[in-house]
Each structure stands twice: as structure tokens, then as C-alpha cells.
Design a protein around this ligand. Structure first.
Ligand SMILES: [Zn+2]
Length: 80
């Protein structure tokens, strides 16, 4: 069983992500490393310097936290 962490600060995180800033370390995500290009069509996966991972929708220019499920799928795909 995977317990989902409670995001007490979720609205605040979303505000920061809306500004393109990492909620963990406050660095701009424009400087984050792209670890997977076009993970989904038009969506890259970024890894911040603090090792948090995000998706970046290039059309909408929107950042989201990479969900644990997506991260596991991503890592599985990368091993192939
Ligand atoms: Zn960060």
C-alpha cells in the first residue's frame, strides 16, 4: 500500500508552481534539468536541483508536481 502524503500546503504550492517556482526550494523551474523530453506529447519532465520532479506542459506553460504513480511509470520506462 502506498500512502499518499497529505498536502496541507497544496494551495500555496500551486501558487508557486503557477509562477514557475519550485515549492521545495523556491528556485525557478526554468532552470531545472529536463530529464525526459516529451514524456507525454508536449509535456517534459523536469528535475529541480532539490531533486523534486515536475511536469511542464509546454503549450500551456504550466508546471505540476509529478505524481508518485507517474514517477514509478517513468522510471520503469527508462529502464527498458
Ligand atoms: Zn527545488
Amino acid at each position: 500500500m502506498i500512502r499518499k502524503p497529505k498536502f496541507v500546503l497544496k494551495p500555496f504550492q500551486e501558487v508557486l508552481l503557477g509562477k514557475g517556482v519550485c515549492p521545495g526550494c523556491m528556485k525557478p523551474l526554468s532552470g531545472a534539468e529536463i530529464i525526459v523530453h516529451d514524456y507525454k506529447p508536449g509535456v517534459d519532465v523536469l528535475q529541480c536541483k532539490c531533486r523534486r520532479r515536475f511536469t511542464h506542459d509546454k503549450k500551456k506553460n504550466r508546471y505540476k508536481r509529478l505524481s508518485l504513480e507517474s514517477e514509478e511509470a517513468l522510471l520503469t520506462n527508462r529502464k527498458k
